[in-house]
Design a binder for this molecule. Structure first.
Ligand SMILES: *Cc1c(COP(=O)(O)O)cnc(C)c1O
Length: 295
């Protein structure tokens, strides 16, 4: 079976009074709809990694993540779909939650490891799989040049050009891929990364390492809400209102922060009237299951 998903994510317009008043036309690329589980940027990042595993005749995908990792879940489902076995090495003591339940349902074997050993992933891989020539190492979050290559394809799918594109950033792989796509097509589009980690300036290094040609882009570091997985009442309220007003499901870990940034920057007149703006919905809505008690 070809390593391909046949669904092209659509672009939808978001209409609100705020965008009208500021003269902005805002769209959202629905990468959350690519696949119910292998959603968003996790599919784009995995695509060429899986093709490489297939080319090397590997049989088991081995990857890493926290107990609520979208990447673990996407890898479990992609392995099931494309005929690989899978192992997830999970940071921290043994737990069970909705994400890990879905991983196991897709046949993923879970190994829990303490936070200290978790730091050295190649060592963990050697420890568990040194006698398994079919095992294939995939770094946490799919961070790699192959991951960026898959993400760059998003630009080729767009029906028109935009003045600005915004995306949430964790490892920076998705951002780098999109910037590479913009450069390759010689577009004038300005790219905006919204880091979801605290002190997100470090992401610039990670993005720059994966750029094929150096490029300028914007980094909005004021929207981490205290760090990864953190959210205050204002962000939770924003997510609730957004979902209730648009029917588009988002979560507060990634896309919620990026859209909050978009609304805030628009309100502060950051974009010139007449601008056409594209926000990337990078998926990950299963992450909501870990935050039910916040809503
Ligand atoms: C993992 C993830 C990101 C971060 O992507 P990076 O390539 O690591 O920057 C963004 N959005 C969602 C929904 C994710 O699951």
């Amino acid at each position: 079976m070809d390593i391909e998903l046949d669904f092209l994510s659509p672009v939808h317009q978001i209409k609100t009074k705020l965008f009208d008043e500021r003269g902005l036309t805002v769209f959202i690329k629905r990468d959350d709809l690519i696949h119910p589980i292998i959603s968003g940027n996790k599919w784009r990042k995995l695509k060429y990694i899986l093709k490489q595993a297939r080319d090397e005749e590997k049989t088991r995908l081995v990857t890493f993540g926290g107990a609520y990792s979208n990447h673990l879940l996407a890898t479990a489902a992609a392995a099931a779909k494309f005929g690989f076995k899978s192992t997830g090495i999970v940071r921290g003591e043994q737990v069970n939650n909705d994400t890990l339940f879905l991983c196991r349902l897709h046949g993923m074997n879970l190994l829990f490891t303490d936070r200290e050993s978790y730091r050295d992933k190649p060592a963990l891989f050697r420890k568990f799989f040194k006698n398994d020539p079919g095992a294939f190492f995939i770094d946490e979050g799919g961070a790699s040049p192959l991951g960026a290559r898959g993400c760059s394809e998003l630009i080729g799918e767009l029906p028109e050009t935009y003045d600005h594109i915004l995306c949430a950033s964790g490892t920076g792989t998705t951002a780098a891929g999109i910037i590479n796509g913009i450069t390759a097509q010689h577009l004038q589009t300005q790219f905006h990364a919204v880091p979801v980690f605290k002190n997100g300036e470090f992401i610039k290094n990670e993005i720059d390492k994966l750029l094929i040609t150096p490029a300028d882009y914007h980094l909005h570091t004021a929207y981490d809400f205290g760090g990864y997985g953190k959210a205050d009442d204002q962000l939770i309220e924003f997510v609730k209102q957004f979902v209730a007003n648009t029917g588009i499901l988002i979560e507060p870990v990634y896309t919620g922060k990026m859209l909050f940034a978009l609304y805030d920057l628009a309100a502060k007149n950051h974009f010139t009237p007449g601008s056409r703006i594209l926000a990337i919905h990078s998926g990950g809505i299963w992450g909501l299951l870990g935050m039910k008690e916040r809503f």
